[in-house]
Design a protein around this ligand. Structure first.
Ligand code: COA
Ligand code: MG
Length: 292
């Protein structure tokens, strides 16, 4: 399974699938991705109802072009098998599995998805939130899209808990970089963790800027008020687009025909920068038709 076209995942909004008001509201929210949560945001007594709500939402056809993802309960819970089955039958774009430990977990899940006759396009997303997974990042990522695995989603609330550490963002820098490197080595997407203080736009902006700088595709969100910030920060800026267009134009200039390195705006610019510039413009073009 390989994605042929860039798909924006700037804003990936979680909502407890037990919250029907949130599910309804999401139909008109400008999030690129909606994650119907069956796991930590849903109390044990509400698990079955949440699963039914998520399936109904998936089948409703009311979410437009948004990418629809179901976060199932972890593999060692009594809900996992039914969650995965129903999400696949309801044709979610992706199933997000929490508490992944290693490559064997991924193989077990994709084997199960084959047994369920899941649509070949149904992706597997993995939460990176357990210390064991951090130690096995390369091995997990290497399974890649051939095993349906397309996306890593960071989960720092759980990781901090498992590490018995304070939830202090500064200590996750190396983990973020390791995760991006493992993801990119095998062609995966990578989404940053949530920002819990949804009434603090400045703090959110700072985390989005940091994540974008480190190479992340987008951010996990928990509240509608966070969408606009993530959409803005993870989209190429007007300055970035102008700089990319200048590089494309310079390489297209007949005077530079056949050259591998030229000077654009006073800076050394190589063919790799041309490739990057084309990618950035393609990203901007994919985002342009979206509401924001
Ligand atoms: N998705 C969609 N709609 C949401 C939403 C979400 N994640 N969070 C809040 N809303 C809606 C509310 O239903 C409310 O809608 P209304 O105006 O139609 O009544 C509106 O946005 C304003 O919500 P607000 O009152 O500010 O928040 P709240 O107190 O109802 O909820 C949370 C706060 C944190 C409990 C809620 O945002 C939430 O459940 N977030 C997701 C948690 C989650 O999924 N966690 C798992 C991943 S870590
Ligand atoms: Mg978690």
């Amino acid at each position: 399974m390989t994605e042929t076209k860039y798909r924006p995942r700037r804003s990936c909004l979680y909502m407890p699938a037990s919250n029907t008001r949130a599910l309804e509201k999401a139909k008109s929210l400008p999030a690129d991705t909606i994650i119907f949560d069956l796991e930590d945001a849903v109390a044990p007594d509400a698990k079955e109802e949440a699963r039914a709500n998520a399936c109904a939402a998936l089948q409703s056809g009311d979410y437009g072009d948004r990418e629809l993802v179901v976060r199932v309960n972890a593999m060692d819970t009594p809900w996992f098998a039914q969650d995965l089955k129903q999400a696949c039958l309801s044709e979610a774009d992706a199933v997000l599995v929490p508490k992944i430990l290693n490559a064997d977990d991924i193989i077990q899940i994709t084997d199960f998805m084959e047994d369920l006759d899941a649509n070949l396009d149904t992706q597997l997303w993995a939460m990176i939130e357990m210390p064991q997974a951090i130690l096995k990042l390369a091995e997990i990522a290497a399974l890649g899209p051939q095993q349906r695995l397309t996306t890593f989603v960071m989960g720092f609330n759980d990781l901090a808990k498992e590490m018995r550490a304070d939830h202090d963002r500064t200590m996750f820098g190396s983990v973020m970089t390791q995760t991006v490197i493992a993801a990119r080595a095998y062609g995966l997407n990578v989404i940053d963790s949530v920002y819990n203080d949804f009434n603090d736009p400045d703090g959110l902006t700072a985390e989005c800027v940091e994540a974008k700088t480190r190479g992340f595709d987008g951010k996990s969100l928990i509240h509608p008020a966070q969408i606009e910030t993530a959409n803005r920060v993870f989209a190429p800026s007007a300055d970035e687009i102008a700089a990319a267009e200048a590089i494309i134009a310079a390489f297209a200039d007949p005077a530079n025909a056949g050259k591998g390195v030229i000077v654009v705006d006073g800076k050394m610019t190589e063919l790799l920068h041309l490739k990057q510039a084309k990618q950035l413009v393609a990203t901007a073009q994919a985002i342009e038709p979206l509401a924001q």
